[in-house]
Unconditional design. Structure first.
Length: 319
């Protein structure tokens, strides 16, 4: 027993010495850190805050927090956990946010690695899954973002915002040509038209392959340029376009509008451009002309939901 207590004492002493060295001694990479800091034209407060992040982190190299957004967010998370983010002074929180912007470590930079919801930007569109089954799905937008919390729009369509306070919701955000990021977060409070969420560094990432196709069999309604409507089928679906079957043949380059239901995501209303007619090549539906088409016009929301649908589907198949 005495031997074990002695070993524990030695471990505690070494940890204390290590912490003292980190707090007081010059760290490895200090020269590189100073050179990089000078390039970003940081204020004295921002430099002091960056020093705090470094000292709170687990990195041996002082310049590690400047090398990638992932390492920066890891240091931020450690700092907020150590200090308790609710007790950190507002000016320090604001300095961290400015550092993220100046270092271009937020989601607006296509080369930044996403490791925290603090990197999401105001105006980013997200999906809120308000129940465990995903039946209550709300398309929302990030209204504001701070270091402690962030707010997403909510119009009350599934009940008053106050009814979700204290409950967990799943947030899902698509970064085009990168990945679908999702996390489960507890609703902290609400404001008029807004659900206020705490931040999360536990992001599930589903890598995107932009043109992956999924065989489907969805009913579709098409509105032709002359205003006439007809019904048909979607044969396959990808983030870039579709294979569609209609009772009328459309010429290449023709623009039509289609309406269909995307399972678990709801109705889609989007413009498409016919790329090529394949003739009546579907043996199961000889009454339809098969045509390839690409999404056209304002289709960002549809593209994001199609990507999410395909990857949720593949995830469920693997499970």
């Amino acid at each position: 027993m005495l031997l074990i207590l002695g070993l524990l004492l030695l471990v505690l002493v070494e940890i204390q010495r290590s912490n003292d060295r980190r707090e007081n001694e010059e760290m490895f990479g200090t020269k590189d850190f100073d050179l990089k800091v000078a390039e970003y034209n940081l204020s004295p407060k921002e430099i002091r805050t960056l020093e705090k992040l470094v000292r709170a982190s687990k990195f041996e190299n002082k310049d590690a927090v400047l090398n990638s957004s992932h390492l920066f967010e890891a240091a931020v998370s450690d700092f907020y956990e150590f200090r308790n983010v609710d007790n950190v002074r507002d000016e320090t929180l604001e300095a961290v946010a400015r550092l993220r912007d100046k270092l271009k470590f937020d989601a607006a930079n296509p080369f930044s690695v996403i490791a925290s919801t603090r990197q999401f930007n105001v105006g980013n569109r997200v999906d809120l899954l308000l129940d465990s089954g995903g039946a209550k799905l709300k398309h929302s937008e990030i209204v504001w973002r701070a270091e402690k919390e962030w707010g997403v729009s909510y119009d009350g369509s599934f009940g008053p915002a106050s009814s979700f306070v204290g409950r967990e919701v799943k947030v899902r955000w698509t970064r085009p040509e990168d990945a679908v990021y999702s996390t489960t977060i507890r609703v902290a409070r609400c404001e008029p038209g807004i659900l206020v969420l705490r931040h999360s560094c536990q992001l599930e990432k589903q890598q995107l392959r932009r043109w992956r196709r999924e065989i489907v069999n969805f009913d579709v309604e098409a509105e032709l340029p002359d205003g006439k409507k007809c019904t048909g089928l979607l044969y396959d679906l990808s983030a870039g376009g579709i294979l569609i079957g209609l009772p009328v043949e459309c010429a290449s380059g023709q623009h039509i509008r289609i309406h269909f239901e995307l399972p678990s995501f709801g109705p889609e209303d989007v413009e498409i451009e016919i790329l090529r007619s394949l003739g009546q090549k579907n043996a199961e539906h000889p009454e339809f002309y098969s045509m390839t088409a690409s999404f056209s016009g304002a289709f960002g929301w549809t593209q994001e939901r199609v990507l999410q649908y395909i990857f949720e589907l593949h995830k469920s198949k693997k499970g």
